[in-house]
Structure formats: structure tokens, C-alpha cells
Ligand binder design. Structure first.
Ligand SMILES: Cc1ncc(COP(=O)(O)O)c(C=O)c1O
Length: 346
């Protein structure tokens, strides 16, 4: 397979999408005979995967997603990488995969950013370097049981600002699909959850919606997630509510916004949110690494459309939360202790 590596001069930093680009370096580590090796940078974007790997056949395949942000002073920040390090270990536990050490995880992120530092987009463009850590089961396994060998990798690709001009509300729709079962793998960032979400997502897009509102898999009554983002609603009496459920992904952005909402005087709460109780909300949004905060203009359920703050304009709380979160990530404002991690570039 030929690999044409990207050059920094290939990019218009103000006009980037969410696409893969083959950067010069990625980090890889290998697990064999019960331990991880030291790992290191590699140049090839093609992985050595055994034809009988559990990562190919039985879904032993987990990942993470986070970003590196260029600061005004030229430095680069990671945002709460310890949360991703912990989450991929919990995903590994659920799928009986080898846990990758948390310190080595953060070091791997730093190495990849440093080695590809010319691809971290400039401050002020809203673009970032997206980091994709992942782990797969490898080696020959025919029966359904966990692999003895694993590969862990972190690759990077520059991605554009989600919003090119202001926060734009989008429309969501419920349907009858589930992305994860009660007691299943919804809390893990497991590849299979995303395979399960592709058909519902396609049908929602074809019907003109930006994505699906997943309802809880037992009752189909309570809000779970919005595509691949968590949901929040801000009530008319100043509460910041987000669903509590065993089948949703514990989002780093969600836990960050729960803290920032409280800082701003909102009352944060993880709780059950019925799809039939949307009238309580003055504003609603989706939150996640890719979308940051995305205002939800409307949710259509059983053919009936519920509009939140506005279908065309972002609400004041949503805008305030977005501004505060991105100011911390970009290093413009200090955030809570330990949220921002500097990447040494020399
Ligand atoms: C299903 C799902 N929910 C929520 C999120 C948001 O999580 P985070 O804020 O950690 O990116 C993601 C993205 O990672 C996701 O894939």
C-alpha cells in the first residue's frame, strides 16, 4: 500500500473538515506475553493485524477521541487527557482487553503531538489536532474469547472548527433503534456501538435531521444520547440537566460542563429526562469533543416537533458555556486545577 504523507503546506487551516490525513508520525505499543512494550513512534499508517485477530472478528476494539489546542503563545494544550486515559481502561475492562497504563497513555499523546507539531493548526482558527488513541485485540484466535495480544496506537489528524460562523442550532429526531443495550457496552467506547449507530444515523440524515436522539433501551421513554454526543437541557428555573443512564458514554465534555455550569450559578444534575418532558427546558444542546457544544434547535418525537430556545439562534446560557469551555481549552482563561496539560514541544 502506498502512503503519501501530508505536508503542513497542504492545509488551509481555516477550511478544514473532519477528515483523515496521513501525518508523518503515530505512536504504537504492543502487548505480548502479559505485558506492554515501551512503544514508540512509527511512520507507517498501516497496522500489522493478524487475519484471526479478535479486533476484526469479535469487536475487541476500543478507542478515544480528544484534541490538541494551539495557544496564543504558540504552545499546545491537551484538555483533561487523564479522563480519556481512565475511560479507555474502563472500556478495556468491559471487553476483557489489556489495560493500557494511564501515564504511558498521556506520554504517548504528548509524543505524537510533539512529533507532528507543525500540523497543530494556528491559534484563532478554531481548528485543532484531533488525537485518536485506540486498541485492538490481535493474534490468532478462532473461538469467542479474549486475545492474548493487543496493539495500542495514537494517530493524529488536523480537523476544522465545527462552527465556521457562530453556533447554529440543529434538528434531531427519535426513532426506534438502540445504539446500546441496558447492561451492554454503551458505557464503553467500543467500535461496535458505532457500527450499531450508522443505520439509524443514515436514516435520520436522509430525513433531514442532524442526528438521532437515542432513547433508553428498556422503556424508550428517557433521553440517552444525541448521535455521538451527550444531551443537556437548561430548565427555565436554572438547572443544568443531563441524562443519567448505564448505557451512555460518560463524556469528558459533560463532566466539564457540569462543573462550569455550577461555576456560572446553574444547578447541575445528572438525572432521568423523559422525552415527554421537554417543556421544562429553556435551552438544550449536544456536548462532546467533536461538537464541543452544539445547540439543539428542535427534537421531533412521534412526528411532533418540539422547539427549544430557537431553531436559528443559540441561547444565552449555551453561548456562555461554549465561550468559557473553549477559552479554557485554548489557554485564554485559567480553568479548574489540572484540566489543561501543556505539551512540551522541544
Ligand atoms: C456516543 C458518544 N457519546 C458522547 C460522546 C462525547 O464524549 P466526549 O465529551 O468524551 O468526547 C462521544 C464522543 O466521544 C460519543 O461517541
Amino acid at each position: 500500500m502506498t502512503e503519501k504523507k501530508a505536508q503542513p503546506s497542504d492545509f488551509d487551516w481555516n477550511d478544514l473538515g473532519f477528515e483523515y490525513h496521513d501525518l508523518p508520525y503515530r505512536y504504537r505499543a504492543y502487548y505480548k506475553a502479559g505485558q506492554w512494550n515501551a512503544g514508540g513512534l512509527e511512520t507507517s499508517s498501516t497496522l500489522p493485524v493478524h487475519e484471526a485477530a479478535t479486533g476484526l472478528h469479535y469487536g475487541q476494539n476500543i478507542f478515544e477521541g480528544l484534541k490538541a489546542y494551539r495557544r496564543k503563545d504558540g504552545g499546545v494544550n491537551l484538555f483533561r487527557p487523564d479522563m480519556n486515559a481512565a475511560r479507555i481502561q474502563r472500556s478495556a475492562d468491559r471487553l476483557l482487553m489489556a489495560e493500557f497504563p494511564q501515564e504511558q497513555f498521556v506520554e504517548a499523546l504528548k509524543e505524537v503531538v510533539k512529533a507532528n507539531q507543525d500540523f497543530v493548526p494556528p491559534y484563532g482558527t478554531g481548528a485543532t489536532l484531533y488525537l485518536r488513541p485506540f486498541e485492538i485485540g490481535n493474534g490468532p484466535v478462532v473461538g469467542v474469547h479474549p486475545a492474548d495480544e493487543y496493539v495500542f496506537e495514537v494517530y493524529a489528524t488536523p480537523v476544522g472548527a465545527y462552527y465556521k460562523g457562530g453556533l447554529t442550532p440543529t434538528a434531531y429526531v427519535t426513532n426506534s433503534y438502540d445504539r446500546a443495550a441496558h447492561g451492554g457496552t454503551g458505557q464503553a467506547k467500543a467500535g461496535g456501538n458505532y457500527a450499531a449507530s450508522m443505520l439509524p444515523g443514515k436514516e435520520a440524515h436522509e430525513a433531514g435531521y442532524s442526528d438521532v436522539v437515542y432513547l433508553d433501551p428498556r422503556l424508550h421513554e428517557n433521553i440517552e444520547e444525541l448521535g455521538s454526543a451527550n444531551f443537556f437541557g437548561i430548565t427555565k428555573d436554572g438547572r443544568f440537566l443531563t441524562p443519567k443512564s448505564p448505557s451512555i458514554l460518560p463524556s469528558v465534555t459533560k463532566y466539564s460542563l457540569l462543573a462550569l455550569a455550577e461555576e456560572m450559578g446553574l444547578q447541575p444534575e445528572e438525572t432521568t429526562i423523559s422525552i415527554n418532558d421537554l417543556d421544562q427546558f429553556a435551552e438544550a444542546g449536544a456536548m462532546g469533543t467533536a461538537a464541543v457544544i452544539s445547540p439543539v434547535g428542535s427534537i421531533t418525537h412521534n412526528g411532533k416537533k418540539h422547539v427549544f430556545y430557537s431553531e436559528t439562534e443559540v441561547g444565552p446560557w449555551t453561548q456562555k458555556l461554549y465561550d468559557r469551555l473553549t477559552a479554557i481549552q485554548n489557554g485564554d482563561e485559567p480553568g479548574p486545577e489540572g484540566w489543561v496539560v501543556d505539551v512540551p514541544l522541544k
